[in-house]
Design a protein around this ligand. Structure first.
Ligand SMILES: [Cu+2]
Length: 160
């Protein structure tokens, strides 16, 4: 089969670019340890009150390690406080494990300036670990439209 010279160059170029993309994905996993936030368990949303999410909030595991149980619901992130838009305060260098689920519909969970972007699905428990090395206030935003109060679904993490 005859392939025109220019066409052959383009086929080779596309193959090279594809190879670079594949290498970038492999390097991000193997070298930089980038992983998708993974579902770590299933939960019946009707039984959240009897589960580890019965009392959402922050617990300190060790010196600079914390765990946050969080329940997303229309239209707030429940971390155990009464505030509609709660603030979680942590010292610089904190390593935070976030264990989260949704009570009702699909919500988003994004922490600005950090490598955290999850979907919170009813029935699924998601977990992600994030370390805060710089002081500042970082917003947690629901980035999945979840109804008429979606735009107010915000929380913050204050690192000082
Ligand atoms: Cu939401």
């Amino acid at each position: 089969m005859h392939i025109d010279r220019l066409e052959r160059y383009w086929i080779i170029a596309v193959g090279v670019v594809f190879g670079i993309f594949a290498a970038a994905i492999i390097a991000s996993v193997v070298v930089f340890g980038v992983h998708l936030p993974s579902p770590v368990g299933r939960i019946d949303p009707a039984k959240i009150a009897e589960s580890e999410f019965a009392h959402p909030g922050l617990t300190q595991d060790s010196d600079h390690a914390y765990t946050l149980h969080l329940v997303a619901k229309m239209w707030r992130f429940d971390v155990g406080s009464k505030e509609p838009q709660p603030t979680i305060k942590l010292p610089v260098g904190s390593k935070l494990t976030i264990i989260a689920t949704s009570l009702d519909v699909t919500h988003g969970f994004y922490i600005e300036q950090h490598d955290v972007n999850m979907m919170l699905l009813p029935g699924q428990i998601s977990e992600v670990v994030v370390t805060f090395n710089k002081p500042g206030v970082y917003h947690i935003i629901c980035h999945e439209y979840c109804g008429p109060g979606h735009q107010a679904m915000v929380a913050s993490i204050e690192i000082s």
